[in-house]
Ligand binder design. Structure first.
Ligand code: AMP
Length: 284
């Protein structure tokens, strides 16, 4: 496994693969890897001859006051995990390598990025789209795998690829959970033991939504209301949003139907967690 820290080295390797007619699959991450990330590496392998994992805590997707500096990092452990998983290259640039000091171009999505997480993080998806686009260009990837854990991110990236005719296949990866149901996230490391228990309210409220859907309760208001009630008694839990939207357009739905994304963001103490489920469509 090669560990490359410059764009020039990454592009040269990508170009050599291209000459050999090898398909490149990309797994973009911010590191502090867990089983969710590793599942994406395995999926990438099914779609490509060569797999690149990028590890880059992207400063432009964090707003001032968010957790950029505190975001957990463990390069040595991440590299060992990528190696064990059979990644061909880990691309590990510094912020200075990625961005010119006077960088002045960014990519904006004007509809899907405005809702849900975009309401409290208005600059987040611009940072995501810009860096993802840069990673696509640097690695010349033919496919890229994104987790359904970040369902809005996946929808916004698919929209970018569609609207800009980018020659890349976007492959979704199912949410990987801890045995007790908490969606894996690098940010789970922020949780105290008590908060870790309280964080289970996210999965429980999604379970409730799925149960109501299965028994025929299809009024979105009623289901979202029941989810709120289920979370309300949890100590330290503050709901940012709970929505039922079409999984592709992110438009709110009044009546639940297949491909409805039920998604929520909840602060547990100081840690903001997100989770979701797609009704009747567990796997892509
Ligand atoms: P991150 O390092 O958190 O930016 O995530 C990198 C990629 O891993 C994104 O495509 C995420 O959606 C995906 N990912 C993060 N957590 C999970 C999870 N629990 N299951 C599946 N994919 C995940």
């Amino acid at each position: 496994m090669k560990v490359l820290k410059t764009k020039a080295e990454m592009s040269a390797v990508a170009e050599s693969w291209r000459i050999e007619n090898l398909d490149v699959g990309l797994v973009p991450t911010m590191g502090f890897l867990h089983e969710g990330h590793l599942s994406l590496i395995r999926i990438a392998r099914q779609h490509a001859d060569k797999v690149v994992v990028s590890i880059f805590v992207n400063p432009t997707q964090f707003a001032p006051g968010e957790d950029f500096a505190a975001y957990p990092r463990d390069e040595a452990r991440d590299l060992a995990m990528c190696e064990a998983e059979g990644a061909d290259v880990v691309f590990l640039p510094s912020p200075e390598e990625m961005y010119a000091p006077d960088a002045s171009v960014a990519l904006t999505e004007n509809r899907l990025a405005k809702t849900m997480c975009g309401l409290t993080r208005p600059t987040h998806f611009q940072g995501v789209l810009t860096v993802v686009n840069k990673l696509f260009n640097i690695t010349r990837a033919d496919s890229a795998v994104f987790g359904m854990k970040d369902a809005q991110q996946l929808a916004v990236i698919r929209r970018m690829v569609r609207d800009l005719d980018m020659p890349i296949a976007i492959v979704p990866g199912p949410i990987v959970r801890e045995p007790d149901g908490l969606a894996m996230s690098s940010r789970n490391t922020y949780l105290s033991a008590d908060e870790r228990r309280h964080a289970l309210c996210l999965r429980r409220s999604l379970d409730l939504a799925e149960a109501m859907w299965r028994r025929g309760d299809s009024a979105a208001d009623a289901v979202l209301g029941a989810m709120r009630e289920q979370i309300a008694p949890t100590p330290g839990a503050v709901i940012d949003y709970i929505v039922a939207v079409d999984a592709d357009s992110l438009e709110p739905v009044e009546t639940l139907r297949p491909n409805t994304l039920v998604a929520l963001a909840v602060k547990i103490g100081r840690t903001r967690l997100i989770d979701n489920t797609i009704l009747n469509k567990k796997t892509p």
